[in-house]
Design a protein around this ligand. Structure first.
Ligand code: FO1
Length: 310
């Protein structure tokens, strides 16, 4: 069975890691959001791609989920001492990734090639693909400050501004890469990981245009990132509330409603399963909280078992 997982940052990376522990490299491709990418201190940063790579490599910071484990911040402290910006916490080990990526991009390599090479260096055997090699920039429309680039909203302003909407700048000319197209063509199932639908998954879906890109549509299942009306991490629930939608697993199913074959929700939300629309979407209720490595594998196994039943 060939699986394609769509992932944003930390939550998506955890399920992708669980799937990678169960599936051989040739059976899993992870397509990652690049709408969060930005330039900072003259470097090209790809936070979600790095989060997924570091997580699968076992190099991720276990406390934050992003950045590197056992990290130091000497360079950032020295940038700060010189009056430079320190709101985006780039660690010393992580900086090496951005330096080398920026050098290679300037030399004409694509983000796809660079990610493949970095994965090889880090011992990641499964394929991790940026959703596109063309630039896409997620813009968050806020009540207080108008449109903000994603990292200005997310990190600098700590997701505090009230959200009105989202725009993916560059999306009209962004194309899925040949590698992404091929993975989709081979896929028996697409798993939408428990990432933020608005800012992690929607940019991927907007680039992939699944309906027109894939000739024989595979099963598409989503795992709800909202449990008991709240997100484990990140602002998805806050975003739904600010957009006038009650945050719940149902809101997630509704978000993806024209796409889904199956939907996985947490046992906390078992009572909502009967209301998942459209009615022909099959549901699976399970413990979807991923606190430990075992949780990642267990949820990934539930996902694979569920796919077999569809
Ligand atoms: N997220 C934060 O909340 N604060 C940070 O200072 C921060 C730094 C950072 C550095 C490298 C990297 O790859 C990711 C980083 N993130 C940080 C996460 C990043 O902003 C992601 O876009 C979000 O986690 C959304 O997926």
């Amino acid at each position: 069975m060939n699986i394609v997982a769509l992932a944003g940052g930390v939550g998506g990376a955890k399920l992708a890691d669980g799937l990678a522990q169960l599936l051989p490299p040739e059976a899993l491709t992870i397509i990652v959001n690049t709408g969060d990418d930005f330039e900072h201190l003259g470097l090209t940063i790809s936070p979600d791609v790095d989060t997924v790579c570091y997580t699968l490599a076992g190099l991720a910071n276990p406390e934050t989920g992003w950045g590197r484990a056992d990290e130091t911040f000497e360079a950032l402290e020295n940038v700060r001492a010189l009056g430079g910006p320190d709101w985006f916490r780039l660690g010393d080990k992580d900086l090496a990734t951005h330096l080398e990526r920026t050098r290679r991009l300037k030399a004409g390599q694509t983000l796809t090639q660079i990610t493949r090479d970095f994965c090889q260096a880090w011992g990641v055997r499964h394929t991790i693909l940026p959703m596109s090699d063309d630039p896409v920039q997620t813009m968050v429309d806020t009540v207080e400050f108008g449109e903000l680039p994603f990292q200005e909203y997310f990190v600098r302003r700590k997701c505090e501004p009230k959200v009105k909407g989202f725009r993916f700048a560059g999306i009209e000319s962004a194309r899925p890469t040949p590698e992404v197209r091929e993975a989709l063509e081979r896929a028996d199932a697409i798993v939408i990981c428990p990432s933020n639908p608005w800012v992690s998954i929607d940019p991927i879906l907007a680039v992939l245009q699944l309906r027109s890109t894939v000739h024989c549509p595979p099963s598409i299942i989503a795992v709800s990132p909202i449990i008991g009306g709240q997100t484990v991490k990140g602002p998805a629930a806050k975003m739904y509330a600010e957009m006038g939608i009650t945050p719940s697993a149902l809101a997630i199913a509704e978000h993806y409603k024209n796409l889904l074959t199956g939907f996985i929700l947490d046992t906390t939300d078992a009572h909502l399963a009967k209301d998942v629309q459209p009615v022909n979407v099959q549901t699976c209720v399970t413990n979807s909280l991923m606190k430990s490595q075992t949780d990642r594998r267990r949820l990934a196994q539930d996902v694979l078992n569920f796919i077999q039943t569809l």
